[in-house]
Ligand binder design. Structure first.
Ligand SMILES: O=c1ccn([C@H]2C[C@H](O)[C@@H](COP(=O)(O)OP(=O)(O)OP(=O)(O)O)O2)c(=O)[nH]1
Ligand SMILES: [Mg+2]
Length: 148
């Protein structure tokens, strides 16, 4: 196992008393994040839910905000923009954009685990504009061109 990357975390006033993001098991890929506020999500509604903290991550990393499968399966709750992207230069509060895709109203209570944070390396690209791209067997085929 490689060394964990260090994420500096600043707790905000409304995050006092909440558990910090943490791995639920030794092999978990994501650190669970809890809501810092109560939220009621009507069917079809969405909300940027406060977490009560801000972070600073290494410049060659991002943190992805991913949904929890239990909430998705049981309640139709997902992260609308999944995977959410936390940029290394973002210093505002981390928020989780939850959406209720189910048919029932769902109540999220402060302290409920609502999403998971997965750090990932970032490759940065340079765009080189060209007149012609190299040929390939696939060419312009896509969107199911290889069959079902
Ligand atoms: O689920 C998310 C997604 C984003 N953010 C914050 C951190 C991220 O660094 C910033 C910008 O996110 P993104 O680039 O996805 O949104 P944008 O619409 O492109 O906004 P911006 O113009 O601020 O980059 O918003 C969150 O707190 N939670
Ligand atoms: Mg952006």
């Amino acid at each position: 196992m490689t060394e964990p990357i260090a994420i500096r975390l600043r707790r905000l006033p409304h995050g006092e008393g909440l558990p910090l993001p943490a791995y639920a098991t030794d092999g978990a890929a994501g650190m669970d994040v809890v809501a810092a506020e109560d939220v009621v999500l009507a069917p079809g509604a969405r909300c940027a839910v406060a977490t009560g903290f801000a972070i600073a991550i290494p410049t060659d990393c991002e943190v992805q905000v991913r949904p929890r499968s239990g909430l998705a399966l049981r309640h139709g709750i997902t992260c609308l923009n999944t995977p959410g992207t936390i940029d290394s230069d973002y210093r505002g509060e981390v928020k989780v954009i939850l959406a209720n895709l189910g048919r029932e109203e769902v109540t999220i209570a402060r302290g409920d685990r609502i999403a998971q944070l997965v750090p990932a390396p970032v490759l940065r690209a340079r765009i080189d504009e060209v007149a012609v791209l190299d040929d390939t067997a696939r060419g312009h085929g896509g969107f199911g061109s290889t069959g079902r």
